[in-house]
Design a protein around this ligand. Structure first.
Ligand SMILES: [Zn+2]
Length: 346
């Protein structure tokens, strides 16, 4: 009997140690995020540009570990030349699409160029494409504005991990006031806890259903607290899509399509969600609306040609194929043949 009790208490002791380890693990063990550092032509013109970026990142290392449980590891450097794009959002998109990550999780670009404009961003600003990369703009030399750089970098790192704007004067406020509290609000604390171990390649595909549902409800509460930004609706749409909640996803992507009718991605997602639900007619309807508004008309006319063909609307398929060709799409000769055959046999 005594032996059994001792055994039991040993077992309890192990359990307690186990729970203790688990509890400390919940306090975010440091995660390494591998980053490739990029200087655009304006930034990389400085002889010591790599050291300058490193100094900026070193200055925020403690805060990143305290607030996000994240440690940056630099994998490589690259000089990036881009066109005269003046829209900071498009520029950041170009950055993450054209610079190869080469095994890194994300890309961090720096620019000194003052031409780039974006609404509601301080002159020392940044822009992030979640789980892909960010672009940070700083001033030349010891400019007084550069005092904001650490806050901008930490703020953008929170976006990188899926964080959203919460306008409460703390770190994730959309604009910085005179004083910034380098503290996270409750919504972003929870979001970044959920995405802490995310696989940057698989993005939401690497989270489980429970995690995704929690993430979605945090985004919904950010919206309730006044965040009505395209970026928020886009991520929420992606999150809902990852849980196969297509109706909820469609709702979010429509909000984007209304705010930014020229954003092809939102329209393609609306189409993809309808397709998942077997609603090809609704997919066609959305694309017919979209093709008037986006600049990538070749893509959508091409899609419409295929959709109408599969639905047996050969005349409409023929019309859309011609429109696609007019906008520069290369249509497979076999596609023309198939459309002709169907039209002739009528
Ligand atoms: Zn922001």
């Amino acid at each position: 009997m005594l032996k059994k009790v001792i055994l039991l208490s040993v077992f309890t002791l192990i359990l307690v140690i186990g729970v203790g380890q688990f509890a400390s693990a919940d306090k975010r063990p440091l995660r390494t995020v591998r980053v490739k550092l990029v200087g655009d032509e304006s930034f990389a013109r400085q002889a010591d540009w790599k050291e300058k970026i490193t100094a900026h990142l070193d200055a925020v290392a403690d805060d990143l570990s305290r607030l996000l449980g994240i440690k940056l590891e630099v994998t490589d450097y690259e000089v990036w030349s881009h066109g005269k794009q003046k829209n900071l959002y498009r520029l950041a998109s170009n950055l993450v699409e054209t610079v190869s990550k080469d095994g890194a999780d994300a890309v961090i670009g720096f620019t000194l160029d003052r031409r780039y404009r974006v609404k509601n961003v301080t002159e020392t600003g940044g822009l992030t494409i979640p789980f892909k990369g960010m672009l940070i703009r700083v001033y030349v030399g010891d400019n007084i504005h550069n005092q904001f750089v650490p806050f901008v970098i930490i703020h953008e790192m929170v976006h990188l991990m899926g964080g959203v704007h919460v306008d409460d004067g703390r770190l994730m406020s959309p604009t910085f006031r005179d004083t910034i509290k380098p503290e996270l609000d409750e919504i972003n604390k929870r979001i970044t806890r959920l995405t802490h171990q995310i696989d940057f390649e698989k993005k939401y595909g690497s989270l489980n259903k429970v995690q995704l549902e929690r993430l979605a409800s945090l985004y919904e509460s950010a919206i309730k607290h006044g965040n009505h930004e395209i970026a928020t609706y886009l991520e929420l749409g992606d999150i809902y899509k990852a849980t196969n909640s297509y109706d909820d996803a469609i709702k979010q992507f429509w909000k984007v399509a209304e705010l930014a009718p020229d954003m092809l991605y939102a329209w393609l997602q609306i189409g993809a969600c309808h397709e998942e639900k077997g609603e090809i007619d609704k997919k066609i309807k959305a694309y017919e609306q979209a093709v008037k508004q986006v600049s990538e008309k070749d893509i959508l006319y091409g899609e419409l040609a295929a959709l109408h063909f599969n639905a047996g609307n050969y005349r409409k398929s023929d019309f859309n194929a011609r429109m696609a060709r007019q906008y520069g799409a290369k249509i497979d000769p076999r596609m023309w043949e198939m459309i002709r055959e169907k039209l002739d046999s009528r």
